[in-house]
Design a protein. Structure first.
Ligand code: WT7
Length: 685
């Protein structure tokens, strides 16, 4: 089944930008043979205040020849916010909807046109200026999926400030670490947000993070808060005389009523109060093509997150071009990406890519299961969504409810279905294709990373014949190569390290404050190449299949985590002497965490300790990282030099006794004990 080829629907209307593999191959060839001309032509659609002066692209990908550097359009100046908003308004699209906003509850919705978005952005840019923010300053954004989040990001871009959006599911410790690393001057947040039926008190988390940051030597100067909670009145049921009466019903609602937003007079202010007085005109600050646009933190194998730096010019043209071709966006389409703005997918394919194309998008605050399991499909029907982009973990979770909730809605408008974040298994792919897409949509399984800025391997709708689970072929300008362990190139069918031979415009430029780590992480292993960290297989037809991470990273519900990061959190518990974490397959999350814990002398391993450890990970990283399995390991399998052998722990986690060669272990006798302590019985997946 999985190797069957699914041809794109020949009746796709409007006809796709690229109608055949021949057209793709022609364009791809040009992008590789004459990359500068290829991207120069694309750059012409956008506004450059001054044109590039030097080479259109210059780079060094070889650590043995000098520092790694990547530059596109050097000498050019522009403003990405101007290109996304002013340029589209000037083209006559001022009254076009930029975003339909759908809240956590179906009763909560609004919309924003390009013109109105521009006004809001200008006003907030002036608010930021008022707070002393100037070009190059860092602004942290810890927000729900609301229109103000987009406004805040673009306001930064308008004045050349660098935004650092932190996913509002991260804990206060994680937020603090990011505030410090970015030296954030201002933090933009909201009082709170409902996630399904759960209330998140964002300001409390921010306060804890700002306190911690201050203690560690970095003080955030201002905190601007959107008043978001009172707007959610629809969530509260009212009795005959309109009196809110559900406060007593659930402890979560009780919490909302009792929630007093903590306040620091010298530092905090309400978004609306500031906006009231702000002027709605703000001239854009022209920045260099290579000036930073944003930082976005991603997990690193050392446990310390990396502040990935993306710059302005190259990112703009890459986000715009991938969006147009990968989603086959046509004027009049309604596009919806469910990703949170706190991840790279939210940056490139909720904000920058769609707006650069003058697109109309849905911005959704809620969850797929609230208030019912058909919420996604309800929204697709309501807004006539043409392109829908989500993660395999969501697809697998929704599949569990069967076809019923999907079939209840009219989904004829759908043309393109996107998948991102992890490999999509054939079963989920086929369900997406047949049940959601009615067998007539193109599925784009987009492989990319926070670091790549945009899609790098992906099918193109109406063009690429699809194989379930394959990310197929490279996007324009991208040259993937497979290498073996020794760095020898694998040609034709085979499996190896997925690396890239040259930069495309949207690739990251450095790690915030640590160029050396950038070089060491991505360029050291195979000089001359960007190493993705993933493995891939090329089949007989040249299709690329991602096989998963080759390093100590794991992917829980599409979120990358490093084993070191989780081990670090667990080891902070006073009862733990040592912790080792491995990934283990999970039917919905893709992967989940299995932790092996050695306790200190005299400490009992108990259910309470397991609870505490889970709590610890939630506190240090965030709820999404909470381990599924935590087991006692009186001793861990180690080599004679003391290195933990995770390969063996992975097998133990699966209750799989085919351990292979264990002669390198310092003490083989400890293994039996690990099997004996496995939590649960029928573990074999
Ligand atoms: C890692 C990057 C790119 C936005 C979301 C994640 C995995 C991503 C796919 C895919 C197989 C995928 C890789 C990659 N991944 N997309 N279509 N097929 N694996 O961004 O947090 O930077 O994670 O996600 O392992 O390296 P990220």
């Amino acid at each position: 089944m999985a190797n069957q080829v699914y041809k794109p629907n020949p009746a796709m209307k409007p006809s796709p930008h690229l109608g055949s593999m021949k057209e793709y191959e022609k364009m791809y060839k040009r992008s590789i043979e004459s990359p500068e001309e290829f991207w120069q032509d694309i750059a012409k659609q956008f506004h450059w205040e001054t044109p590039p002066t030097g080479k259109f692209c210059s780079y060094n990908f070889d650590v043995t020849k000098g520092p790694i550097s990547i530059k596109w359009m050097e000498g050019a100046t522009t403003n990405i916010c101007y290109n996304l908003l002013d340029r589209n308004v000037r083209k006559g699209m001022g009254d076009k909807i930029a975003f339909y906003w759908a809240g956590n509850d179906p009763e909560d919705y609004s919309r924003l046109t390009y013109k109105k978005l521009l006004i809001q952005v200008c006003k907030f840019a002036n608010v930021l200026k008022e707070k002393g923010v100037t070009k190059g300053d860092r602004v942290a954004i810890y927000m729900p999926m609301i229109l103000e989040t987009v406004v805040a990001m673009l306001a930064c871009a308008r004045i050349g400030a660098v935004h650092s959006v932190v996913f509002a599911g991260f804990s206060s410790d994680s937020l603090a670490e990011r505030l410090i690393d970015a030296k954030a001057k201002v933090l933009v947040t909201a009082d709170g947000v409902w996630r399904g039926e759960k209330l998140l008190c964002l300001k409390e988390i921010c306060d804890a993070a700002m306190d911690r940051s201050k203690k560690l030597g970095h003080e955030v100067e201002s905190c601007i808060l959107v008043k978001h909670l009172p707007r959610l009145s629809a969530f509260q049921s009212r009795d005959g005389d309109g009196k809110v009466n559900d406060a007593e019903k659930s402890p979560e609602k009780r919490k909302a009523y009792d929630y007093q937003v903590p306040w620091n007079e010298d530092r905090d202010c309400w978004w609306d109060d500031e906006m009231d007085d702000a002027s709605s005109s703000c001239y854009p600050v022209w920045v260099s093509a290579e000036d930073p646009l944003f930082l976005l933190y991603t997990s690193g194998s050392t446990g310390k997150p990396k502040g990935v730096v993306h710059t302005t010019g190259g990112y703009l043209i890459y986000a715009a071009t991938t969006f147009k071709y990968v989603f086959d966006y046509h004027p009049g389409d309604v596009y919806w990406c469910t990703a949170d703005v706190g991840w790279i997918t939210g940056h490139t394919y909720v904000v920058y890519g769609p707006l650069a194309n003058g697109a109309t998008s849905v911005l959704f605050e809620g969850l797929p299961f609230h208030p019912h399991n058909g919420r996604y499909w309800e929204i697709v029907e309501q807004y006539n969504v043409n392109q829908f982009y989500t993660a395999p973990t969501a697809i697998r979770a929704l599949m569990k409810f069967g076809d019923g909730p999907v079939k209840k809605y009219k989904l004829d408008s759908l043309r393109v279905l996107g998948s991102v974040g992890e490999p999509i298994n054939a079963e989920a792919w086929l369900w997406y294709y047949n049940v959601v897409g009615g067998g007539k949509c193109s599925i784009v399984d987009t492989f990319w990373q926070t670091e790549t800025g945009g899609h790098v391997l992906t099918p193109l709708p109406g063009c690429t014949p699809m194989k379930p689970g394959s990310a197929t072929f490279p996007f324009f300008g991208v040259l993937p190569v497979l290498l073996d362990e020794k760095g020898k190139e694998i040609e034709g069918p085979g499996e190896g390290y997925l690396v890239f031979r040259r930069p495309w415009p949207g690739i990251m430029r450095t790690i915030n404050g640590n160029h050396q780590r950038f070089e060491a992480t991505y360029f050291q292993k195979f000089p001359g190449f960007y190493t993705s960290g993933d493995g891939a297989r090329r089949d007989e037809d040249g299709y690329l299949w991602i096989t998963g991470r080759m390093d100590d990273m794991l992917n829980v519900s599409g979120h990358l985590l490093s084993t070191a990061e989780v081990e670090g959190a667990l080891s902070e518990h006073p009862s733990v002497s040592e912790a080792a974490v491995v990934a283990r397959p999970h039917p919905v999350k893709g992967e989940c965490l299995h932790c092996f814990i050695s306790t200190k002398d005299g400490v009992q391993f108990s259910p309470k300790l397991v609870d505490d450890l889970r709590k610890k990970v939630r506190e240090k990283i965030g709820p999404f990282a909470a381990p599924e399995y935590i087991q006692h390991a009186p001793a861990l399998p180690k080599t004679r030099s003391g290195k933990i052998v995770r390969r063996i722990l992975k097998k133990v986690a699966l209750n799989d006794r085919s351990l292979g060669d264990i002669s390198t272990l310092a003490d083989e006798s400890i293994i039996e004990n690990l099997f004996a302590n496995l939590p649960g019985k029928d573990l074999k997946t």
